[in-house]
Design a protein around this ligand. Structure first.
Ligand code: GLN
Length: 189
């Protein structure tokens, strides 16, 4: 299995490191040619406007609707259908998930924090590292909530798309990457 990690900015090396323990090949993706033969693509955190613009400058057309995507933090924003209050001009979104998100939703006081995320498929909680994290303010009926922090949905799935508002690549716990590979990508084969 070959899984790609969009390598524009942010913690793509950390994602690649986690994935290396789980799949045969991990490929850093920067150009359309890098998409060839991929079974899944991770869109890491960073700055969603920058990532969106980068996708729009070429890669976007090469990402088929059926390619499983895993968006984390800024990556989740890029997958969203809309941004609360309206997307700023020049903020391209892939619009693959029926979620509306608020960027930097926790304000200055709690810009970055860690908290327990409860998962639907595993009793052991996941340590969520939230860094200038977005919040999912609403989601449609086709979206499954797979993880919550308190009452907030923070890990969601819609078909071949998986997304979380925190940074699973920064903790020593591969369960979300494993879920993406075993439940989302393999399901799709
Ligand atoms: N605040 C960033 C944005 O809105 C996301 C932060 C992150 O990915 N850690 O794009």
């Amino acid at each position: 299995m070959i899984i790609g990690v969009l390598a524009v900015q942010g913690s793509f090396e950390e994602h690649a490191q986690v994935l290396k323990g789980l799949v045969e090949e991990v490929r850093l993706v920067r150009a359309v040619k890098d998409l060839h033969g991929l079974q899944g693509l991770v869109i890491p955190g960073g700055e969603s406007t920058t990532i969106g613009r980068f996708l729009d400058s070429g890669l976007r057309g090469g990402i088929s609707d059926g390619l499983p995507l895993f968006g984390t933090c800024a990556g989740l924003i890029v997958l969203a259908k809309g941004i609360a209050g309206g997307a700023k001009e020049g903020q391209p979104l892939l619009k693959r998930m029926d979620i509306e998100v608020e960027r930097n939703a926790y304000g200055r006081q709690r810009e970055s924090f860690e908290d327990e995320v409860r998962l639907t498929w595993d009793e052991r909680p996941f340590r969520g590292v939230f860094i200038r994290a977005p919040r999912i303010v609403s989601h449609g009926p086709d979206v499954d909530v797979l993880g919550v922090q308190g009452d907030e949905p923070v890990l969601v799935r819609q078909g071949v798309n998986l997304a979380c508002t925190f940074h699973p690549e920064l903790v020593d716990d591969e369960r979300l990457h494993r879920y993406f590979i075993e439940e989302v990508v393999k399901d799709d084969e």
